[in-house]
Design a protein around this ligand. Structure first.
Ligand code: PMV
Length: 283
């Protein structure tokens, strides 16, 4: 066994969250933030949140687990999937084990199930692969790589976390009466895909996606206010990203400064983020 490192990308869901659980397509992109896991032979120590998953993943022998993340946790930015990908990759590297994509998928999926119940797999697909993908849940999952668009987002943090499994269950509790809203989200995704190179067309579709998510009951007053704040500051469009109930809003912008300044005036944490191609280093 030897010291090793693994990395996983953070992500933004551009369109289609929640509907993706019901078999509709969704678009997600890796971003210029992520998680890095370092394993060093030595006495086993790890962050408390990892203790329950660690035994199934870590190589035999003692390991000190260090996690470095540029992703706020629990905000819909894919921090748990990025952590799972980074951990599985670091553990495989420590064993000098070459995992097939399928083996890696299974191991990461079992960690994601532990965190989230029954995930669609979109977070881990984009975290492991990087770049922009169209995703349809399986089995087997359909992961279609798309060219990484030259888009700029401001991410606005509501300051609270949404629990993915709770939000997914709340949508399930309304099913099938909410099927028309899920279908409307699913139908919006190919239109968003066709508009990826045209922010002026994509923006209103993102905002429409937010309104449909609101109709599903996964938005909050704070998220709705952040969407409005971004639109008032000149964003092309804005939506919650991820499971909702808290977490972040993404705002598609030409110039980030007006949205960043409006966020600062409102006391809202925000940062600029860009889609990154598959071969990008995880910072
Ligand atoms: O865990 P989050 O906040 O990135 O949400 C994942 C997206 C959902 O569609 C809400 C759940 C899923 O498993 O696809």
């Amino acid at each position: 066994m030897r010291a090793s490192t693994g990395r996983g990308h953070g992500k933004l869901i551009l369109a289609g969250e929640h509907a993706v659980v019901y078999g509709y397509p969704a678009l997600a992109t890796a971003i210029d933030r992520g998680v890095r896991v370092q394993l060093d032979p030595g006495p086993t120590t790890c962050p408390p949140a990892l203790e329950r998953v660690i035994a199934s993943v870590l190589p035999e022998g003692g390991f000190t687990v260090s996690v470095t993340s540029t992703l706020p946790a629990g905000r819909g930015l894919g921090s748990s999937a990025a952590l799972a990908v980074a951990l599985v990759r670091a553990a495989a590297a420590a064993r000098l084990e070459a995992l097939s994509p399928h083996e890696e998928w299974q191991r990461v999926f079992s960690i994601e199930e532990h965190f989230h119940g029954t995930p669609s797999g979109i977070d881990q697909a984009v975290s492991a692969r990087g770049g922009l993908i169209r995703y349809r849940r399986g089995p087997p999952p359909q992961i279609t790589p798309l060219p990484s668009p030259d888009l700029r987002f401001v991410v606005l943090d509501s300051g609270t976390s949404g629990e993915t499994s709770v939000m997914v269950r709340s949508v399930a509790a309304q099913h099938p009466s909410n099927e028309p809203t899920l279908r409307a989200i699913g139908e919006l995704v190919p239109r968003a895909e066709a508009a990826l190179t045209d922010p002026a067309k994509l923006g209103p579709l993102l905002t429409h996606n937010h309104h449909l998510l609101r109709r599903l009951g996964v938005s909050t007053p704070a998220l709705d206010e952040l969407v409005q704040l971004a639109l008032d500051a000149g964003a092309y469009g804005a939506k919650l990203s991820g499971a909702g109930g808290g977490g972040v809003v993404l705002a598609l912008v030409d110039e980030p400064d007006p949205v960043l300044r409006a966020a600062e005036r409102a006391g809202v944490a925000s940062f600029v983020c860009r889609p990154v191609p598959p071969d990008a280093e995880v910072p």
